[in-house]
Design a protein around this ligand. Sequence first.
Ligand code: SAM
Ligand code: FES
Length: 348
Amino acid sequence: TKVNEYIEKLASTHQLSLDAYEYLITHRDEEAMELAARKARNLSQSIYGKAIYVRGLIEFTNICKNDCFYCGIRKDAHCSRYRLDMDDILSCCAEGYDLGFRTFVLQGGEDAYFDDDRLCDIVSHIHASYPDCAITLSVGERSKESYQRLYDAGAQRYLLRHETANQQHYHQLHPASMSFTHRMQCIQDLRDIGYAVGVGMMVQSPYQTAHHLAQDLKFVETFHPEMCGIGPYITAQDTPFHDQPSGSVELTLYLISLLRLIYPPMLIPATTALGTMDPVGREKGVLAGANVVMPNLSPVSVRRKYQLYDNKICIGDESAQCRHCLENRMDRIGYTVVTDRGDIKVWD
Ligand code: SAM
Ligand code: FES
């Protein structure tokens, strides 16, 4: 079939036309998804073997000035707010280091309290205490100067999902105060400074079409980000999208496979959102071509307050439990969680 031909072509040339990407999405069937997954898995294994990288996720503030329509911690949501201080964050890192994490991801809302001075202070403390660890930031849009200062303080990676590569769709997901051009500019600034950059999008977010997803794939094909995180959009109560249905696991898995074929060495997480929509979603993600998992290292006391969407998993689990749970889950499908910074591998 034509779908299978496109998959074969993608697996050998790592690029397709926008129309071909759209065709791959709209004409997918059982067989195509299986073919894409098999090829993606093989490519992933040829580069990373059966090693799965882990990142310790520290959700350090749920205070946010933005009002993204899909997000459970948006400014207008009525959740109870918190922020962790330096000591809290450093003890998460200490616990994580003992558990074998060599990457910490500091993620939070766009919280003005964490200005450059405060955030740089935190980054440089972690950097000094754990020189063998990579520090990843995921704190939204900031100025280029700010990104530069954080980089100089020791952060080397930054996760800023583009959310959608279609400008019109971007504006259907965000209030008018937010700009697509600015988000893309931030992603470019991060690259220019030298960060390893992570982009990504939700699958089947409200108003998303196959054409938009094809544009997302094209964006990844041309930008070659070091990481791309995708998960199903999940309904979040107390947001303008509270009655919009969640996205599907099946399409997410297929897109993970296509992403692997587009840029084989890319770091692709099997996300918490995938695990939320399916009890073995993360295992399925790895079998579809993902090679990263991100267990939660946040203090249990704040976990339920970082509810980006409904029914988020791991809310009650201690960090050690979460880490071991994932280790077991990966073991059961024949993969091994490794103690490693997990940098992207060079690929010709
Ligand atoms: N504030 C930072 C930012 O905007 O990049 C980082 C935190 S933000 C909560 C992290 C990611 O969560 C977003 O990029 C978005 O894709 C995802 N997210 C938010 N709400 C979601 C939902 N309802 N379902 C699935 N993913 C969601
Ligand atoms: Fe958190 Fe399984 S990964 S409890």
